[in-house]
Write a protein that binds this ligand. Structure first.
Ligand code: ADP
Ligand code: GLC
Length: 474
């Protein structure tokens, strides 16, 4: 099959969160099964290695109706893996800046443009996909275009799929987007794209794609309800018959403690000894005390409401004051929360380290060196870090929601489980979970048994790709 991805993130070229990891890993896994994969994505100013890229189309005229001087782009290309090419849409005005999601007045046009460019690039090169797989809101109007404006082109027979990686971000932009993309007027209705006086990109994708995928079975159930639907649960319910939950996986090329250039010492389930060295090296790197026999709890995360870390920051001082654990956080997001965590590090200099910013190497060292990894998310469509943690023998402490519920098995008090699972998204829930983690850490035989189970859990992208293929063909 020929499979086209339309995605705003493709790691390592662009990544704001797990979406970049997911699209590149799924693309590789599909290509490894013999399919031809192309991923169209913007060439942001921050994309590295453009000198190694080739040119697929020097000058592509894109079918949008705005300022004609801004309707053209170049399409650059490089090979990601055998049979998998990335196509980068180069348009200085839209994507020349470094940010992936900058707040701009023309953010709607900016998203719509590369979606339409993806389809025009296929038509121009006569590379006609069987499947057009759109990822998240920026690509949401692509299935709409395929069903309307482009229905009578060579692309009209392609099946479309949308993956919801996060229903909270929907892309709500002014009505003028309809004219910009040349969409027919009947789509301007509350039954269609209209939403709160604007065009809702993700709503369009959910209504028009042939299949709707989300990234875990539990999240697929959750988004049918108002509590998780962010106002679109009725729209998701309309498509319930086309909805599938398919788990993400772990890309072992990137996340493998036996072969990871970022960490102090290699280790594996069979030879776990190196993990202790990784912990000591990490504590040193962070300037924390190395002489405590308490667990190190790690976090790598965007600091947004979704992640529930505002709840954790209220609970941690109690544990740190008692000297019961050490804590490291790497992340960025809401300024007030960044400041709260910085204050925690100032208050407990031997026990707590906080790094604000983005640092891929350090994220690997935290996964390798921590004893537990905390993810108290209010909602979590899939979550990748809990799976990376398990691969590194770092037991996840997670709230039972979305993909966290689907991938982590709570400790049974004996030797079974792969982590600590708690129910309530409140401070009491997190405190309970941390106390339980401490209790587990006091029992080395149980802790090591869980580590072994966690490290041998298989979260494979090959399996995920298989499920995607089944869904494409159903
Ligand atoms: P989300 O996509 O909602 O942020 P995921 O768990 O799916 O959550 O994926 C997050 C990804 O982003 C992981 O690969 C994680 O390591 C990475 N990440 C998040 N924050 C940082 C950071 N500050 N530095 C390095 N990597 C980060
Ligand atoms: C989103 C979700 C996260 C998921 C990722 C990749 O960013 O918040 O839970 O793992 O997409 O699918």
């Amino acid at each position: 099959m020929r499979i086209l991805f339309v995605t705003p993130e493709l790691a390592p070229w662009s990544k704001a969160g797990g979406l970049g990891d997911a699209t590149v890993a799924l693309g590789k896994a599909l290509a490894a099964k013999g399919h031809e994969v192309r991923a169209v994505t913007p060439l942001y100013g921050s994309v590295p290695g453009r000198e190694k890229m080739g040119t697929l189309i020097e000058s592509l005229k894109v079918g949008v109706h705005g300022d004609p001087r801004k309707a053209g782009c170049r399409v650059r290309t490089l090979t990601v893996s055998p049979k998998f090419e990335a196509w980068f849409v180069e348009h200085e005005d839209f994507y020349g800046a470094r940010e992936i999601y900058p707040p701009r007045d023309d953010a709607g046009e900016r998203a719509a443009f590369y979606g339409r460019a993806a389809l025009d690039a296929c038509l121009t090169t006569s590379w006609i996909p069987d499947i057009v797989h759109c990822h998240d809101w920026t690509a949401g109007l692509v299935p709409v275009l395929l069903n309307t404006t482009l229905k009578h082109t060579a692309l009209g027979a392609a099946k479309s799929v949308i993956s919801i990686h996060n229903l909270q971000h929907q892309g709500l932009y002014p009505k003028r987007i309809m004219a910009y993309l040349g969409l027919p007027e009947f789509l301007w209705s509350p039954q269609e794209l209209e939403c709160l006086g604007g065009v809702n990109f993700l709503k369009g994708g959910i209504l028009h794609a042939g299949k709707v995928i989300t990234v875990s079975p539990t999240y697929a159930q959750e988004i049918l309800t108002p509590a998780f639907g962010y106002g679109l649960d009725d729209v998701v319910r309309r498509r319930a018959g086309a909805l599938r939950g398919i788990l993400n996986g772990v890309d072992r090329d990137e996340w493998n403690p036996a072969d990871d250039k970022h960490i102090a010492k290699a280790f594996s389930a069979q030879q776990p000894a190196g993990k202790a060295e990784c912990k000591t090296a990490l504590l040193r790197e962070l300037g924390l005390a190395t002489d405590r026999s308490v667990p190190l709890v790690g976090v790598v995360s965007r600091l947004w409401e979704q992640k529930g870390l505002d709840l954790a920051v209220g609970v941690l001082p109690k544990f740190l004051r008692e000297g019961k654990l050490q804590f490291v956080l790497l992340g960025s997001g809401d300024t007030w929360l960044e400041n709260e965590f910085k204050r925690l590090a100032t208050d407990f200099p031997q026990l707590c380290a906080v790094r604000i910013g983005y640092d891929n190497g350090l994220s690997h060292r935290i996964e390798a060196g921590a004893d537990f990894f905390l993810m108290p998310s209010r909602f979590e469509p899939c979550g990748l870090n809990q799976m990376y943690s398990m691969a590194y023998g770092t037991l996840p402490i997670v709230r039972a929601t979305g993909g966290l519920a689907d991938t982590v098995t709570g400790w049974d008090g004996k030797k079974k489980g792969t982590g600590i699972v708690f129910e309530h998204a409140d401070q009491g829930g997190i405190e309970w979970a941390l106390r339980r983690a401490l209790e587990l850490y006091q029992q080395p035989a149980a802790y090591q048994a869980l580590q072994q189970t966690a490290m041998s859990a298989e979260f494979s992208w090959a399996k995920s790709a298989e499920a995607h293929l089944e869904c494409y063909l159903a």
